[in-house]
Design a protein around this ligand. Sequence first.
Ligand code: ATP
Length: 248
Amino acid sequence: MIEIKNIEKTFGDRQVLAGISGTFKPGETSLIIGGSGTGKSVLLKCMIGLIKPDSGEVLYDGRNFLTTGLDDQKTIRREMGVLFQGSALFDSKTVSENIRFPLDMLTDQSTSEKEDRVQECLRRVGLETAGDRMPSEISGGMKKRVGIARAIVLNPKYLFCDEPNSGLDPLTSIKIDQLISEITDEYQITTVVITHDMNSMMEIGEKIMFLYKGKKLWEGNSDTLTQSDIKELNEFIYANKLLREMEK
Ligand SMILES: Nc1ncnc2c1ncn2[C@@H]1O[C@H](COP(=O)(O)OP(=O)(O)OP(=O)(O)O)[C@@H](O)[C@H]1O
């Protein structure tokens, strides 16, 4: 379980996070939603240690990530998998090499152990025959799958995905969402996803947190998303639906 408590962050004179709290549970895909510039990415970065919040706590199964010693921080970092926006694959490495990278960097497994693990992850994301291909030779959806395989190669307890659907068509988006949700359930990972995607909110929103101007204005799930009387949330949903209609 991940708990965040009263996270605050200010850049210059602009407060981007104004005291955000919440919990994220194992086996659950939690979504952080909100309009552009509301602080979603900054919150995610605070959670994974890329940005230091000005105040607040981030607890990984009770371990305070911000104040614990360097060794414990390293341990927690190793328990995280991250799917970055745009997949962030190494262009000069094959699909298999991309997936193997965290094993090369962070484990002393033998070559055959690593190969077995890479194959297992390739199979899990449905890319068993694509290992030798280069990122430039595969589709956007496949790149996301490679990113997911790389994010889970170390068996993470916590998985973070920043806009996993960006740049994908609606059908591929749904498949990627389903994959993230299945993996989360199968390995009981605590998964946090930042998304703008209305389909994702309706399909995989077991828990949804709505940010507005650095504050958490609403929390619920896909069943209750459209029933709130929060004006800002309803406007956000309306704008997203409109966008979807225009894309069709
Ligand atoms: N390192 C930084 N230094 C200064 N300002 C920053 C920094 N990182 C983010 N910001 C500002 O913080 C605000 C929130 O940014 P953030 O990227 O979290 O938004 P977001 O909700 O993820 O939006 P989007 O959906 O467009 O990605 C923005 O105004 C951004 O310019």
